[in-house]
Design a protein around this ligand. Structure first.
Ligand code: C5P
Length: 226
């Protein structure tokens, strides 16, 4: 790895993406959203009518996945075969099927390789890179300069994601959200464990922190390591 690498893992709704992006902006670093890569591959599979319940077919589709992902925190483009999918990959149909793609082992091997290349390139170009995902602190960049597990209580995560998806955190919105994020984390946990910090990984619990407080907490850890 080249440059200063800040690896941030965490479950859905931990505030991982918005916090990571802001930390990258503040430091003038590049930013890599590895979840967007799994989402983009899911989009590509669905676009090509690949049966997501057939791991071999998914792995084959990953072999010629024409991804172009940006690492500028102010404009992180996501193109697949030239098509701008940045918005499409946030749709519910992707969120509810991405785990099927992300649990295919050859897919993970391929994307991890790509992620390491992107980290090296972006880190070299900008002097540093903030990378967020599920297995960055443990598998993709265990030698990162800073490794953080961003967590939050299930209650806090549900409320946040519910506000994001439905603009509200009332009982109905929260229960609709629960089905989406708790189920996804359960499916994901078969391949990437992210609820307990690995050795040498610092846990930041954001349950009681707002956005700015979470950003400050991460920047504090980075500053101590620089
Ligand atoms: O971070 P985000 O919620 O957008 O990630 C979407 C999905 O991508 C996760 O639910 C998981 O299935 C997969 N993922 C992964 N490993 C990563 C990042 C994301 O398996 N490093």
């Amino acid at each position: 790895l080249s440059g200063f690498v800040v690896a941030i893992d965490g479950p859905s709704g931990s505030g991982k993406s918005s916090v990571s992006k802001q930390v990258a902006r503040t430091l003038g670093y590049a930013y890599l959203d590895t979840g967007a890569m799994y989402r983009a591959l899911t989009w590509w599979c669905l676009d090509r009518h690949v049966d997501l319940d057939d791991p071999a077919a998914v792995a084959a589709a990953a072999e010629d996945f024409p991804l172009d992902i940006g690492t500028d925190p102010d404009a992180p483009h996501v193109l697949v075969g030239g098509a701008d999918v940045a918005e499409a990959i946030r749709e519910t149909r992707i969120s509810t099927s991405v785990s099927k793609v992300a649990t295919v082992i050859p897919v993970r091997e391929l994307l991890r390789l790509l992620q390491r290349q992107l980290i090296s390139k972006a880190g070299a170009a900008r002097g540093g890179v903030v990378v967020e995902g599920r297995d960055i602190t443990t598998v993709v960049a265990p030698d990162a300069s800073v490794r953080i597990l961003l967590t939050a209580s299930e209650e806090a995560r549900l409320a946040r994601r519910s506000r994001e998806l439905h603009g509200d955190a009332d009982e109905t919105s929260v229960s609709a959200t629960r089905a989406q994020i708790v189920d996804r984390d359960r499916l994901d946990s078969t391949v990437s464990v992210f609820t307990v910090a690995a050795d040498g990984v610092t846990t930041v619990d954001t349950s009681e922190l707002d956005f700015d407080g979470s950003v400050r907490a991460v920047l504090h850890i980075v500053a101590a390591a620089r």
